[in-house]
Write a protein that binds this ligand. Structure first.
Ligand code: NAP
Length: 258
């Protein structure tokens, strides 16, 4: 997949990982980048990077009319990056399945991180197929998931459930669309943003993360492990999944959050 000359759309690109992706897409010669956010006024700084190539769009991914308007306005897209996501309520009990007073917050997380992401894919697949012409590597979807899609971090149980569903959805898209479209899932961990866990583990910058992800997309990788400790966690899970699960539960029970 060539990034030089590509036309990309990044959801949630006003800050964090999304903003890093826009910056590096510009650096690598993208012809145009649709920088999108639910509050377009937050895109001023990213647009200022390159007024000619950065096109701001209002896009709240959970709003159907926004998705439809974006697919119509950005009808030349060859690379869709579904980055927008939420971790769940600040109140830790809300992010759990038993302690939560209701599952309303879990539903909100599922709506954003799973359903809206799936709907974004569905809105843009006709656009991508038209622009990629079914030529291998000419058009792609990359879903920014999380390493938490592969296990349950009890402190973020509802988030892991939603990201896990999004990971399976990503594989399902690949079953239906590959090789006409490249469909990549990005299992991110440890990037310094508003969302990242404040746990003292050194984190990667969003720009470094974007370089890793975009290099992997250029190489047409389907499963991308990016961030400061994504590969380390993946390897620990693969080595002994049950031991990994027990360790996470034990740490959770010892933590003040339990
Ligand atoms: N940082 C990490 O270590 C890490 C690890 C694993 C996975 N991830 C994933 O990486 C992605 C980006 O997260 P981040 O770390 O960059 O966090 P962040 O700084 O909190 O950014 C999240 C972005 O998503 C946007 N967003 C949330 N709901 C939206 C909606 N309904 N419509 C459109 N945009 C919406 C936010 O917009 P507002 O500014 O309007 O809130 C913001 O731009 C997420 O999918 C997250 O799950 C991050």
């Amino acid at each position: 997949m060539k990034l030089k000359g590509a036309v990309a759309l990044v959801t949630g690109s006003n800050q964090g990982i999304g903003r890093g992706l826009v910056e590096v897409l510009l650096e690598r010669g993208a012809a145009k980048v649709y920088a999108t956010a639910r509050r377009p006024e937050t895109l001023a700084a990213i647009c200022a990077l390159d007024m000619a190539r950065v096109i701001p769009l209002k896009l709240d991914i959970v709003i159907e009319s926004d998705r439809r308007a974006a697919a119509s306005a950005a009808s030349d897209v060859t690379l869709l990056i579904n980055n927008a996501g939420i971790p769940g309520d600040d109140e830790v009990a809300q992010r759990r399945f038993v302690a939560a007073p209701t599952l309303d917050d879990a539903r909100h997380v599922m709506e954003t991180d799973f359903w809206a992401t799936a709907e974004m894919c569905r809105a843009f697949i006709p656009v991508l197929l038209k622009n990629g012409g079914g030529i291998e590597g000419a058009a792609a979807i990359a879903n920014i998931l999380s390493i938490g899609a592969l296990f349950c971090l009890p402190e973020y149980a509802t988030y892991c459930a939603a990201k896990s569903a999004a990971a399976v959805m990503t594989t399902a898209l690949r079953a239906e669309l590959s090789p006409a479209l490249l469909v990549s899932g990005v299992f991110t961990a440890g990037v310094e943003t508003r969302m990242s866990m404040k746990n003292g583990i050194p984190k990667m910058s969003p720009v470094e993360h974007a370089h890793q992800v975009l290099s992997a997309i250029e190489q047409c990788q389907e499963d991308i492990f990016s961030g400061s400790n994504a590969e380390e966690i993946r390897d620990a899970i693969r080595k002994d999944p049950k031991a990994f699960e027990r360790d996470r539960i034990a740490r959770f029970r010892e933590s003040p959050l339990a």
